[in-house]
Design a protein around this ligand. Structure first.
Ligand code: NAD
Ligand code: AHE
Ligand code: ZN
Ligand code: ZN
Length: 377
């Protein structure tokens, strides 16, 4: 146990859309049921960019963003039993308390034990552990890994194999687990099926990886950035469609897919966060059985629509958060799968930066050549 605050560097988002500022922050000691983690590596997910942009209804500023990270337990608060100092861990934005109605339902990974305070940018007791220049700074997604030290609830910490390279498996804190899990757990892609993936960032590529693991025979990759196709092919995509190409620009993407697949996709996934492509992803599904999984996060205030007839005639719209993976029980297993060579992780890392260069990571992810930029602390 430690009851001393720590002073360290963190990337503070003072207000939306302004570069993050590397500041000295004070990180209070973990309280009862909390864990303080020294972050070793993190990666930037599009959701960080989304909240930073000010379009997230739950965005609170000033805050410390970051939810795809890894680290080592530095100290634990009273009553913490599941981890100890020195354990290697991945902070979880989808905690797992193992006792709430959601955890015990057997139907979802969406533990709700601390969801309300997490969305308010504070710890479960309603207060923050971060202070900068005398001002309180909000947490983000219960993780705030863009800080050399962070405090998380014990239920938001997955203990992982100490042999795993922390600057790689940080990607299992969101993008890779989300995509692979959406294919395997949420959609339950079946052997021999055809799959369509909209958006070829880390999440879409991971859906392709999961679909290939599930035995899909045809995987159609859709993106307006053709530079993404090479990596998509490496992950198992068999066909590539650019909705904006000269050939396609006057057609509806859903019609193109239906034409390519003798009636539509068995499974489609939206990994962009755009309500128009969410509609297209549903409407490209095969009549009678095609299932569309929404993974992308749309701007606050946006809504999806389609003709109800699309659903009446057997297409299904569903959503997936963190790939349906239960954090504390599932993430350590994903890490072990990576260590056994059963899932790829390194291949998503296109950029590496020192933590202080975090604004360059934002520029890279928005620039179109980056899948994941890893920050080293
Ligand atoms: P990313 O920005 O790296 O990738 C998005 C891709 O979509 C890019 O390749 C881009 O070129 C492509 N794209 C953009 N507009 C397009 C269009 N109109 N048609 C076709 N392609 C288009 O993002 P990411 O980190 O892979 O995240 C993808 C989405 O998933 C984001 O919305 C993110 O917030 C969300 N996300 C959700 C979860 C979850 O648990 N549900 C987890 C992680 C990320
Ligand atoms: N705050 C947003 C919702 C954002 C969202 O949907 N987040 C996903 C994870 S994205 C990770 O990159 C998620 O897990 N959602 C479930 C949850 O409980 O937040 C908003 O629209 O208010
Ligand atoms: Zn994410
Ligand atoms: Zn729970």
């Amino acid at each position: 146990m430690s009851n001393q605050p720590i002073k360290c560097k963190a990337a503070v988002a003072w207000e939306p859309n302004k570069p993050l500022s590397i500041e000295e922050v004070e990180v209070a000691a973990p309280k009862k049921g909390e864990v303080r983690v020294r972050i070793i590596a993190s990666a930037l997910c599009h959701t960080d960019v989304y909240t930073w942009s000010g379009k997230d209804q739950e965005g609170k500023f000033p805050c410390i963003l970051g939810h795809e990270g890894s680290g080592i337990v530095e100290s634990v608060g009273e009553g913490v039993t599941s981890v100890e100092i020195g354990d290697h861990v991945i902070p979880l934005y989808t905690p797992e308390c193992k006792e709430c109605k959601f955890c015990t339902s057997g139907k979802t990974n969406l533990c709700q034990k601390i969801r309300v305070t997490q969305g308010q940018g504070v710890m479960p007791d309603g207060t923050t552990r971060f202070t900068c220049k005398g001002q309180e700074v909000f947490h983000f997604m219960g993780t705030s890994v863009f800080s050399e030290y962070t405090v998380c609830a014990e239920i938001s910490i997955a203990k992982i194999n100490v042999d795993a390279p922390l600057d790689k498996v940080c990607l299992l804190g969101c993008g890779v687990t989300t995509g692979v899990g959406a294919a395997l757990n949420t959609a339950k892609v079946t052997k021999g099926s055809n799959v369509v993936v909209f958006g070829l960032g880390a999440v879409g590529l991971a859906v392709i990886q999961g679909s290939q693991l599930a035995g899909a025979t045809r995987i159609i990759a859709v993106d307006i950035n053709e530079k993404k196709y090479k990596l998509a092919a490496d992950f198992g995509a068999t066909d590539f469609v650019n909705p904006l190409s000269e050939e396609n620009k006057d057609k509806k993407i859903q019609d193109i897919i239906v034409g390519m697949t003798d009636g539509g996709a068995d499974y489609s996934f939206e990994c962009i966060g755009n309500v128009e492509t969410m509609r297209a992803a549903l409407e490209c599904c095969h009549k009678g059985w095609g299932e569309c999984t929404i993974i992308g996060v749309a701007e606050g205030g946006k809504e999806i629509s389609t003709r109800p007839f699309q659903l009446v005639t057997g297409r299904v719209w569903r959503g997936s958060a963190f790939g349906g993976v239960k954090g504390r029980s599932g993430v350590p297993e994903y890490v072990n799968k990576y260590l056994r060579g059963e899932i790829k992780v390194d291949e998503y890392i296109t950029h590496n930066f020192n933590f202080e260069q975090i604004n360059d990571a934002f520029t890279a992810l928005k620039g179109g050549d980056c899948i994941r930029a890893v920050m080293h602390y």
